[in-house]
Design a protein around this ligand. Structure first.
Ligand SMILES: [Zn+2]
Length: 101
């Protein structure tokens, strides 16, 4: 999968379109990611102890990687990701500025 944890991505479809966020979690098997502040789901947490109040916790729900574009950490543009192989090392490159990301 081309998007990894801690990447900054731009949402390109859905209700959070044009918003940016940091990838908090990546699920390569499902081709999905969870992005900070995007696709927020409210989860009700029951009180663990008597006398404690239940809480509503907001957590980002997973979204498909096809709905995001990576923001290049080098040039700051929303870009597609390419790969370069040098010997045994494989790394990601920005299609806009051709730098390793
Ligand atoms: Zn770039």
């Amino acid at each position: 999968m081309k998007i990894k944890k801690d990447d900054i991505v731009l949402i390109i479809s859905g209700k959070d379109r044009n918003r940016k966020g940091k990838v908090l979690d990546a699920f390569p098997r499902e081709e999905k990611i969870a992005v900070e502040g995007i696709n927020i789901r409210k989860k009700h947490v029951r009180p663990k102890k008597q006398g404690e109040k239940g809480q509503v916790v907001e957590t980002p729900g997973p979204i498909s990687v096809s709905n995001v574009k990576l923001i290049c950490s080098k040039c700051g543009k929303a870009t597609r990701v390419g790969y370069k192989v040098e010997g045994k090392k494989k790394y990601r490159v920005c299609k806009k500025c051709n730098q390793e990301i």
